[in-house]
Design a protein around this ligand. Structure first.
Ligand code: NAD
Length: 237
């Protein structure tokens, strides 16, 4: 089960997991968009169904898992960003909106999912390189740092049930989330990426698929940064 799977990184993850042989439930707050995505994937022969889900709704998550039954993999991908805003200018409503989706969404979906999971199940949370810090989006940075904290804390508790919990932290990825930036701002940000460009969503899907595979059974409570190495340090002068 993948959240925010109508487009972007979530869609790439849903497609990759289906290619890997999983029966995928793609979910998104945008019911029409996820239905269209699922239709396209099914025409390619992928085993995928679609469901509307707002990850901030406990009742909706409960109802969804009651319908789909036992679940082996949950990918908490749904997330929102916001236009660049200085710390002083972030209003309480924007703060709450972001935390409702990015943090509470992952918490609610994971909490409801584990009731339907057995030993060997996997949870992967999509964080962001931004969790390390950055100017112009304190609320986004804080929400993703909290996702990492949640991941690590859940991993400790759930390891006794044989469920692993990891996070993938992407760098800049070419999706509609980048529409929040003006064109010059986006160009400037891309120039700072090691590859000089935003990555393809597939690069994140590959990392998630690895964490969901048999080879990753011993990996638990980790944050896998997928950013071409930008987070490791500064470029040469
Ligand atoms: N694109 C990047 O550069 C980048 C970098 C780091 C991390 N991420 C993270 O990757 C994840 C996916 O982002 P993306 O770039 O694919 O963005 P996107 O905007 O292209 O897609 C996000 C999807 O989430 C859905 N969504 C939004 N609110 C929702 C809700 N309340 N419930 C369910 N679905 C909801 C949207 O409808 C959309 O389909 C997010 O968690 C984001 O923070 C993205």
């Amino acid at each position: 089960m993948v959240t925010g799977a109508a487009r972007g990184i979530g869609r790439a993850i849903a497609e990759q997991l289906a290619h890997d042989g999983l029966q995928v439930v793609a979910t998104d707050i945008d019911a029409a968009a996820v239905a269209a995505t699922v239709d396209e994937c099914r025409t390619q022969g992928l085993d995928m169904s679609g469901e509307a889900l707002d990850v901030g709704s406990r009742a909706a998550a409960q109802a969804l898992f009651a319908r789909i039954g036992p679940v082996d993999v949950v990918v908490n991908n749904a997330g929102i960003a916001s236009p660049m805003l200085g710390f002083r200018d972030i209003d309480p409503a924007a703060w709450r909106r972001l935390f409702r989706v990015n943090l509470s969404g992952a918490f609610i979906v994971a909490q409801e999912a584990v009731r339907h999971m057995a030993s060997g199940a996997r949870i992967v949370n999509i964080a962001s390189r931004g969790y390390l810090g950055g100017a112009g989006a304190s609320h986004y940075v804080a929400s993703k740092a909290a996702v990492v904290g949640l991941t690590r804390a859940m991993a400790i508790e759930l390891r006794w049930s044989g469920i692993t919990v990891n996070a993938v932290a992407p760098g800049m990825v070419d999706t509609r989330m980048l529409d929040d930036f003006t064109v010059p701002m986006r160009r400037s940000l891309e120039n700072r990426e090691p590859s000089g460009a935003a990555a393809h969503p597939q690069t994140i899907a590959d990392a998630v698929a690895f964490l969901c595979s048999g080879q990753a059974a011993q990996i638990n409570g980790q944050v896998l940064l997928v950013d071409g190495g930008k987070s490791v340090g500064m470029p040469p002068l």
